[in-house]
Structure formats: structure tokens, C-alpha cells
Write a protein that binds this ligand. Structure first.
Ligand SMILES: [Zn+2]
Length: 263
């Protein structure tokens, strides 16, 4: 998760267990906007086998279904399923086994990706192959619910535009959401946690780490200058933060829960 940064450093803030596994979140974001219910990413789902879950075991009582229901909604209410990218921990919850047949979890929703990323994910390179699982991806197209939003096109959403970044994987989509006069960025794997703010903290998973460095630097400067709120998908503790410029570069300013920004 921290690439070339030595374990002796990252283990202080993100301690690994006896199997060398760390704790991470899969925090999705639900947006209610003018009759639309937009879900950003959906975790890894529950359809993988025991062997898979021995590498990525789930813990705690939270589930996407439970969170949706607590917010007063059901899976059928989701109109738009926005997928930042198609790695299994971001899109696996969008497809499930209905008896023995793969079906869409959000059967009334349009599933959003982009053309280049879709090609990248459906013809994967050997390095990323284990992250793009056919059972998470192909049923979306087969269902007829797949739509693309490509770079340069107008966002189909009133409340957010999209930043495309290609260091982690090809054309990952970062939603930049306007709410209550503020801007919330859903960081996906561009910045998985507050621990990844210093530039060199780039995940080993990234396919083009030098591009990630450039994209991160550009994004962090913009976020500090415009006081964006960063929303973390994978940070096990922190939901949101702001950034500030320092002599060492852009650093963490303040962490806070999302409830501080939206009621
Ligand atoms: Zn990823």
C-alpha cells in the first residue's frame, strides 16, 4: 500500500498484523441530487470464494446494503452507479449472485465508466489482471446498463465534474463534487488515505508511478489553494481532510467527518 516507503516507517501509522495485513476501509459515497441518487463506488461485494477472502478478509459489521437502508434507501433507488475504476475493491459490490446467475445489485441504475478504462479492464495487462475480475465487469455490459463518460465530454451530473488520472490505472475518474459552496473530491486510489499525502507515498499497485507523482503534485497544489475537501475511500479512520502548503510541500491541515460538511 505504500510502495517504496519502508515498512519501518509506515508500520508506525498503519500497523500490520501477524499475516502482514493492514486495516483499510472501502468507503462509498451516496449523493442525492435533484431526483437522482448517485452512488460512487461500491466496495468488493461478497461473491468471491473463501480463498479470495482469506487475502482480503472483511471485518466489522458495516455493509453497503446496511448503510443504504440506514440512509432510508434501497438498492433499487440508486439511479447512477459511478465507478471510479474497475479494480475489484471499487466495483465488486455492483454485481452479485442471484441464485447461480450474476445480476446487477442496482438494477435500476446506469453504471458509469469510460471507454478507455473499459478497454483497459476488459483486456487487462498481466500486472493488473488479478484486480480486474470478469465477474465484476462483464455483467454490466451484458445487462445493457453501461454508459461511458469520456475526457472532454460534459459531465452528465449537475453536482460534479470529473478529473481523469492515469498513474494508478488507465483513466481513473475522480469526482469533484460541489455542495453547500464547498468542493468535495472523492479520492479513490489517487490518495487512498491521509498517510499517502507526501508525494513519495505511492502504492506499489500503481501501473505508472511517475505519472502518479505528477498527477498527485498537481492535484495537491490545486486542492490546497482552493481549499478542497478530500474524501477518503480507503482511510480506516479519517473520512475527510483539508490541505495546506508548507516548506516541505503540501501537507495535512485538518481531519474531520463528512457530517461536518453535509447535514
Ligand atoms: Zn485501484
Amino acid at each position: 500500500m505504500f510502495g517504496v516507503v519502508p515498512k519501518s516507517i509506515w508500520n508506525k501509522t498503519n500497523p500490520a498484523d501477524e499475516n502482514n495485513l493492514c486495516t483499510w476501509a472501502m468507503r462509498c459515497l451516496l449523493i442525492e441530487d435533484d431526483g437522482r441518487l448517485i452512488l460512487i463506488d461500491n466496495g468488493l461485494g461478497n461473491k468471491q470464494d473463501a480463498r479470495f477472502f482469506s487475502h482480503y478478509y472483511l471485518h466489522g459489521d458495516d455493509s453497503l446494503a446496511k448503510s443504504l437502508h440506514t440512509a432510508g434507501f434501497s438498492e433499487d433507488d440508486v439511479t447512477d452507479m459511478f465507478l471510479t475504476h474497475l479494480h475489484f475493491d471499487h466495483c465488486g459490490g455492483g454485481v452479485y449472485y442471484q441464485q447461480d446467475v450474476l445480476a446487477l445489485t442496482f438494477r435500476n441504475a446506469t453504471y458509469w465508466s469510460n471507454e478507455d478504462h473499459w478497454k483497459w479492464a476488459t483486456h487487462p495487462n498481466p500486472r493488473e489482471k488479478a484486480s480486474f475480475l470478469k465477474e465484476n465487469i462483464l455483467p454490466i455490459k451484458e445487462s445493457g446498463h453501461l454508459s461511458f463518460i469520456n475526457p472532454g465530454e460534459k459531465s452528465p451530473f449537475d453536482c460534479f465534474d470529473i478529473v481523469y488520472v492515469s498513474g494508478h490505472t488507465d483513466k481513473m475518474m475522480i469526482p469533484r463534487i460541489s455542495v453547500n459552496g464547498k468542493v468535495i473530491c472523492y479520492m479513490a486510489d489517487l490518495l487512498p488515505s491521509v498517510g499517502h499525502i507526501p508525494l513519495a507515498y505511492v502504492m506499489g499497485y500503481d501501473t505508472r508511478p511517475l505519472i502518479t507523482l505528477e498527477e498527485k503534485e498537481k492535484f495537491l497544489n490545486e486542492a490546497a489553494d482552493r481549499q478542497y475537501i478530500l474524501f477518503f475511500e480507503h482511510d480506516p479512520v479519517n473520512e475527510c481532510c483539508t490541505l495546506k502548503r508548507t516548506e516541505k510541500g503540501v501537507r495535512l491541515d485538518r481531519v474531520f467527518p463528512l457530517s461536518e460538511v453535509v447535514a
